[in-house]
Design a protein around this ligand. Structure first.
Ligand SMILES: CC(C)(COP(=O)(O)OP(=O)(O)OC[C@H]1O[C@@H](n2cnc3c(N)ncnc32)[C@H](O)[C@@H]1OP(=O)(O)O)[C@@H](O)C(=O)NCCC(=O)NCCS
Length: 305
């Protein structure tokens, strides 16, 4: 068995079917999932690296590294139960992919796995990843249950523009302070790259990135993104500056997210939260967000980053 560097689109397509976990689905469903993924990749100007091991013309190990703007990457590994896969071939594919990702001078690489997939856990830790946390995926309708506006505040909303970049960076720094949301990532990259990563979540719309100003002071930010091919808006980031927490500004930001969701005609609002982030979970619970999935997040920090 020898590692094969994929050279054609058909192989890239097949690897994506495998890593997206759709290999058993109907061909039309598989095709749609992969083309949607490729649309997203193109829309956010992401690159990629592949790892692939073939035997007798069949893929027996595969891995896809999505290289995101802001110098991070997401490693996609197929479910270890994929038919015809061997742990050795998969590990070899992952190592090949990581080697190629190494050329991108990344701040960090993340991987996500099903919380119950022990073999995937062994694979990722075996190639240098460490478990970071569990991520909970939450969603709720833009309308139901209806949420009344928070008590009236003298607040204004300031949308993003390139001229506001440094104000957004400063606000993000204040929101990251003492945050329980993947704090391990905070010091791994400059804020400009964090914002660039956030912008790459979907087609970027500056009107959906807003700063909350109360009594002429910026107290928090809300970064929303339209998700491609979905009727959803994602809360890419919501944060209240450390010195302003505990005063219900979180609710003001979430109410604004619901309002914007309705204004742009999306059906629902979704987000991802670190399960260790209890203040955020309490806030989302109060807004009737429901869990729609869970993943374990893994982290690898290249030594030469
Ligand atoms: C999560 C966050 C947005 C909540 O905003 P907030 O304005 O403080 O929200 P609220 O005042 O409505 O408080 C929400 C809950 O957190 C609790 N809380 C607020 N500040 C807290 C603090 N410093 N320490 C512990 N708990 C706190 C509140 O008691 C409240 O729970 P309760 O409703 O059971 O009383 C804010 O804590 C924050 O920005 N954290 C850092 C960034 C972050 O984690 N963002 C979420 C990304 S998914």
């Amino acid at each position: 068995m020898s590692p094969v560097v994929p050279t054609n689109d058909a192989q890239t397509f097949r690897v994506l079917e495998l890593v997206l976990g759709t290999a058993d689905a109907r061909p039309s469903v598989r095709k749609r999932q992969v083309t949607n993924f490729l649309d997203y990749q193109q829309c956010c100007a992401a690159g990629y690296e592949l790892g692939c091991v073939e035997q007798d013309g069949r893929i027996v190990g595969a891995c896809y590294g999505l290289v995101l703007p802001g110098r991070t990457a997401l490693l996609l590994v197929p479910p270890m139960s994929s038919p015809g896969f061997s742990p050795e071939a998969t590990r070899s594919a992952v190592e090949r992919c990581l080697e190629r990702l190494g050329r991108h001078r990344l701040h960090f690489i993340q991987a996500l796995s099903d919380t119950a997939d022990v073999e995937q856990d062994n694979l990722l830790t075996g190639v240098g990843f460490r478990p970071l946390t569990r991520l909970q995926y939450l969603a709720r309708s833009a309308r139901y249950p209806w949420v009344e506006p928070p008590a009236t505040l003298q607040c204004t909303w300031q949308p993003y523009s390139a001229a506001q970049q440094s104000v957004f960076e400063k606000t993000l720094r204040e929101c990251y302070a003492g945050s329980l949301d993947c704090p391990e990532l905070t010091d791994l990259r400059p804020l400009s790259d964090a914002l660039e990563s956030h912008q790459a979540t979907g087609p970027f719309d500056p009107a959906l990135w807003q700063l909350l100003r109360v009594d002429d002071e910026i107290v928090g930010c809300l970064l929303l993104s339209r998700l491609l091919h979905m009727e959803m808006l994602e809360i890419v980031y919501v944060g209240v500056a450390a010195s302003h927490r505990g005063r219900r500004f979180g609710s003001v930001l979430l109410y604004r997210a619901l309002e914007l969701c309705r204004e742009v005609g999306r059906e629902s609002l979704t987000l991802v939260v670190d399960v260790r982030n209890k203040p955020a979970l309490r806030l989302y619970e109060a807004f009737n967000f429901a869990s729609v999935g869970e993943r374990t997040a893994y982290l690898s920090v290249p030594t030469d980053s």
